[in-house]
Design a protein around this ligand. Structure first.
Ligand SMILES: [Fe+2]
Length: 318
């Protein structure tokens, strides 16, 4: 056995409007089946001779394992989401929901709307923490294999028919309301605290330029849109600029090799933003040289292509 069964997290006899019979059946027949099948598929996959097995067979088994592993994990999260009174939100999670959704009520309405949208269909409704952005989002997963890369789900609502049918029939609204009444917010908060210890994905590291401040393309865009005075200098290398077709709207191109000549035309009263093609070196070096000369300069992270990727305005480079 590769994957071990998790004990039932919630105490079924304490739930409000969800009977032990419903939870027992769900735990035994659906969660249990997913776990057993997961172990069987994992064993089958690991026993394959990958040199002689056709690639589609490996792929099919691998996809099946992904689906079963997610079903197992999400069922465990579902049972660990129940057992509370649904109302007592600890401050930490209430503040996070208010910050990321506008208010706890708005979060609740969105979560319920996503669940209602799955009426007659199957899937999961999840509240997930995304370390990359340091925020929570609601989302539905219409099958077990849908998940957010790097996201950590902390609350799960099972919208597969087997989760409610024996007790609620087709009345999904009543089932959703019962789920919301039984959310164990203390357990959700504990998982949220764990999730927040996960670092975001590592960003581009340029140790040689760690002392040179940068600015994001979004910040530059915002500053330009608000009418802030900026001196934006495109310092793509001359050999590159000769074949470049476009340039950031509001930028001027200057040859990075001749920075000592053109820097005298810049003002020290307004910030300077430099950038090159991808944001690796030349834009950083230009910003460093300008700072050394007393300018309030920084380089635009990601360079010309990051600007284009956020649909920043460009004009023909002539
Ligand atoms: Fe289920």
């Amino acid at each position: 056995m590769k994957h071990h069964i998790a004990p039932l997290f919630c105490r079924p006899w304490t739930l409000n409007g969800m009977s032990p019979r419903l939870i027992e059946s769900h735990y035994e027949h659906n969660y249990g089946a997913a776990l057993n099948r997961l172990n069987s598929v994992t064993t089958e996959l690991e026993a394959l001779d990958v040199k002689t097995t056709p690639a589609p067979v490996i792929s099919r088994l691998s996809r099946e394992r992904t689906t079963l592993l997610n079903s197992t994990l999400l069922h465990e999260l579902y049972f660990a989401s129940l057992g509370g009174d649904g109302r007592s939100l600890p401050d930490t999670i209430a503040d996070a929901l208010a910050s990321d959704f506008g208010s706890v009520d708005r979060w609740r309405q969105e979560f319920i709307a996503l669940a209602e949208a799955l009426t007659g269909d199957s899937g999961w409704i999840l509240l997930t923490y995304v370390p990359r952005d340091g925020r929570l989002i609601n989302h539905s997963a219409s099958d077990h294999a849908e998940s957010i890369a790097g996201g950590i789900p902390i609350l799960a609502l099972d919208m597969y028919e087997h989760a409610y049918h024996i007790e609620y029939g087709a009345n999904t609204a009543a089932y959703i309301a019962a789920f919301m009444r039984n959310i164990h917010w203390g357990a959700v908060e504990a998982r949220f605290a764990d999730a927040r210890t996960v670092s975001p994905p590592r960003s581009l590291d340029q140790p040689e330029f760690k002392h040179v401040p940068s600015i994001t393309p979004e910040e530059v865009h915002e500053m330009l849109s608000s009418g802030k005075r900026l001196q934006i200098i495109d310092t793509r290398p001359r050999h590159y600029s000769t074949r470049a077709q476009d340039i950031v709207e509001g930028a001027v191109w200057r040859d990075p090799e001749r920075i000592d000549e053109w820097m005298t035309s810049l003002s020290k009263d307004a910030p300077v933003v430099t950038f090159c093609v991808y944001g690796f070196h030349i834009g950083c070096q230009s910003a460093a040289a300008l700072r050394k000369a007393g300018f309030d300069a920084r380089y635009m992270a990601g360079g010309h292509y990051a600007w284009k990727a956020i649909k920043g305005p460009v004009k023909l480079f002539e």
